[in-house]
Design a binder for this molecule. Structure first.
Ligand SMILES: *Cc1c(COP(=O)(O)O)cnc(C)c1O
Length: 296
């Protein structure tokens, strides 16, 4: 609430920041580890103040953030850890599924996610009965459990509708297999792009990532993207403007140069095609096009 601070990453989708601000708190951005694109626990430690109430890591691109280091920091400072697992359905950190490692985990079922509906939806998971009760009330206009007419608080209209739930229930059993295929595609990209003038994603040590995106770093990123586009390969950038540089972040935004690792990444990253239906031939064609674009 008001007066509270939540430490999060600048390299994320704006929804992460919105959640903090809509709760009345203030986002405090800590820089990323340039090797993993996730929150750097040392930077988080330096950002803790007496007003810190939560640490909110994002498992960016489906790669788990360092949940041991961040969890220890949260315990040390008596603040909660809340995971933004919206890009990481099914990913594991040292064997444990993400989303279940902190006080609560948040998932999106936006159609482009690793588990997506046919429209918008999302889920909060928790092992804490009080948080569960509170979130259930919030999603249903603050209604109290077992009472149609009593509202304990003012909430939102964020119920998951039955049509989306039905579609998601059908897709859920396939998620692990789809994620395994994403890892296979990532391994293929690594082999095919070995030695090319670019930076591949960090190795999968300690984690079982789910490659929501396969992100490489290149010089002259926008030129490379344009050349790929000419060769029929669509790419994305997640994200070209770090949250602390967004116009919407006004009073809690930071001047250029404040978070150099995130800012540099934002200028160099490019997301290659990544979805389970990609064929091996597709992946080879993308790698060929990328090598040609880098050589020209
Ligand atoms: C998709 C996403 C969200 C949530 O987006 P919604 O549009 O609310 O479903 C939150 N955080 C991250 C990092 C995301 O990628």
């Amino acid at each position: 609430g008001p007066g509270d601070e939540v430490i999060t990453t600048p390299l994320t989708f704006m929804a992460t920041v919105e959640a903090i601000v809509h709760a009345g708190a203030r986002p405090v951005f800590a820089d990323i580890d340039p090797a993993t694109y996730n929150l750097d626990p040392n930077r988080v430690a330096a950002a803790v103040t007496p007003r810190t109430r939560a640490i909110l890591p994002v498992h960016l691109y489906g790669r788990p953030a360092d949940l041991d280091a961040l969890g220890e920091l949260a315990d040390l400072h008596h603040v909660v850890l809340i995971e933004d697992a919206c890009q990481a359905h099914g990913a594991r950190w040292r064997g444990r599924r993400v989303g279940g490692c902190g006080a609560a985990g948040c998932f999106s079922f936006y159609p482009g996610k690793n588990l997506g509906g046919l429209g918008d939806g999302g889920m909060v998971v928790t092992n804490d009965a009080d948080i569960a009760r509170h979130v259930r009330a919030l999603r249903d206009h603050g209604r109290m459990a077992n009472s149609k007419y009593q509202h304990a608080l003012l909430g939102f209209g964020e119920r998951l509708d039955a049509l989306q739930a039905a579609v998601l229930a059908v897709k859920l059993p396939y998620v692990d297999a789809w994620n395994a295929r994403r890892r296979e595609i990532a391994a293929r990209y690594r082999t095919l792009l070995d030695g090319a003038p670019l930076t591949l994603p960090a190795a999968d040590e300690e984690t079982e990532p789910v490659y929501h995106q396969f992100v490489v770093r290149v010089d002259r990123r926008d030129v490379v993207r344009a050349q790929l586009s000419e060769r029929g390969v669509a790419t994305g950038v997640h994200y070209p403007i770090p949250a602390h540089r967004q116009p919407a972040c006004g009073s809690f935004g930071l001047p250029p140069g404040s978070l150099p690792a995130a800012e540099r990444a934002a200028d160099e990253i490019v997301s290659l095609p990544m979805y389970p239906e990609l064929s091996d031939e597709n992946v080879e064609a993308v790698a060929r096009a990328l090598r040609a674009a880098l050589a020209s």
